[in-house]
Write a protein that binds this ligand. Structure first.
Ligand SMILES: NC(=O)c1ccc[n+]([C@@H]2O[C@H](COP(=O)([O-])OP(=O)(O)OC[C@H]3O[C@@H](n4cnc5c(N)ncnc54)[C@H](OP(=O)(O)O)[C@@H]3O)[C@@H](O)[C@H]2O)c1
Length: 371
């Protein structure tokens, strides 16, 4: 039976794990709280960058002797394998922890199974505590990427109330207000990579880095550019923040250190699946912030590669100009990419919506078909 103190500790561990977002890949951002035998908080921790301590180890160190006979509360099942650091299960046993409360199971074959190992060693282990709530928090990208075998993709866009991402003359600065733009910088700092198409780079010359966020870790900046049209003077390629231009194979091209080639999709553009595989395999990317524009975003949506949408909607009307999303493989209403709304928040004068794909659209009965 989970106590109220343990439920509170799970939610505290989730809040702690948010501090690790964007800093731990390819490891998961985990939070941990150690409760002393009297149920009071004795130690707290969150995952350190790769090679650093895991959340449990930090929390145990802070708790010291108070951990003996106490309870460890963790957002993810403690690992039982030796990677760059030792197994967390061993650290928990050595500290004399009597009970472990776990929110989400670790689905990876090499690290999973920690709960069973602890139980076999005589520790009282409860799993699945607030699992659904925790799985949509800071762990979501990592958990989803383990399930799908590719990085988790958040498509972010800004649009007017009538769904325009730019005006008829191509101008788009700024559709949304300062609070929304600051929120986007937070999303960038939480992502491992920020991805934009060459169309956006040629139109806006964005920096694509995270600014105005305390102690921000910079994401890898990625320009998707089938035929290598990105000027090397583009601002997204400057500075010390890492950057990459991903092209299709360009046989007669001398290449450039910032360029990487992947295969083409059936439409002749860079294959989004191959792009994500490259980011995962060569850059340990677990979470991608897709910043568009509409053409590249349409390709990702059509390929079923968007896991979360963050939309900033400004109280403004344009009446003409490009839509926020380009062609996404939808020719009829029954094929619409349906989403469910997870959150609606005011960001300054704008509204921010967080959505994720709903169940696949059902084929309509004949009488429901829209002409
Ligand atoms: N409001 C917003 O949130 C927002 C965000 C970003 C941009 N924008 C606006 O969007 C406009 C630019 O729009 P855009 O749609 O041209 O930009 P984009 O989506 O950034 O770039 C489109 C280009 O990406 C390349 N690309 C590479 N792989 C692709 C693939 N698999 N599928 C499709 N395209 C692929 C294509 O050119 P190649 O095949 O030649 O490489 C394509 O022309 C600008 O006005 C900008 O201000 C608005």
């Amino acid at each position: 039976m989970t106590s109220q103190a343990e439920l509170d500790a799970v939610r505290r561990a989730v809040a702690l794990s948010a501090r690790a977002l964007g800093r731990t890949s390819p490891n998961p951002p985990v939070g941990a709280v150690v409760l002393a035998p009297d149920g009071t908080v004795a130690g707290e921790g969150w995952t350190q960058p790769p090679g650093g301590a895991h959340a449990e180890v930090r929390a145990l160190a802070e708790a010291g002797e108070l951990a003996r006979g106490g309870t460890a509360v963790v957002t993810l099942e403690p690992c039982r394998h030796t990677g760059r650091t030792g197994p967390c299960t061993s650290a928990l046993l050595e500290a004399g922890i009597a009970r472990v409360v776990v929110a989400c199971a670790d689905p990876t074959p090499q690290a999973g199974g920690g709960a069973a190992l602890l139980r076999a060693a005589g520790v009282d282990v409860e799993t699945g505590v607030l699992a659904d709530e925790v799985a949509t928090g800071p762990l979501e990208a990592w958990l989803t990427s383990r399930r799908t075998g590719r990085p988790f993709v958040t498509w972010k866009y800004a649009a007017t109330l009538d769904g325009r991402s730019a005006a008829a003359d191509g101008t788009s600065r700024w559709i949304t207000g300062a609070a929304s733009r600051a929120d986007v910088h937070r999303l960038r700092a939480e992502a491992d990579a920020v991805v934009a198409g060459v169309g956006t780079v040629l139109a806006d010359d964005p920096l694509l880095d995270a600014r105005g966020v305390d102690d921000a870790r910079q994401p890898l900046r990625v320009v998707v550019d089938t035929s290598g049209r990105t000027p090397l003077t583009a601002r997204a390629l400057q500075g010390r923040t890492p950057a990459l231009v991903v092209t299709a194979p360009l046989p007669d091209d001398p290449g450039h250190p910032l360029r990487r080639e992947v295969g083409r999709g059936p439409d002749g553009h860079v294959d989004p699946h191959a792009l994500l595989a490259l980011l995962q395999d060569e850059h340990d990317v677990v979470s991608v912030l897709l910043e568009g524009g509409p053409v590249l975003a349409g390709a990702f949506v059509a390929a079923g590669l968007v896991d979360r949408v963050v939309a900033y909607v400004a109280p403004a009307l344009l009446g003409s100009g490009p839509a926020a999303l380009g062609p996404a493989g939808v020719g009829t209403i029954a094929a619409a990419h349906r989403l469910q709304v997870d959150d609606v928040t005011r960001t300054g004068e704008d509204v921010r919506l967080v959505l994720r794909p709903a169940a696949p659209a059902q084929a309509p009965r004949p009488e429901e078909r829209v002409a």
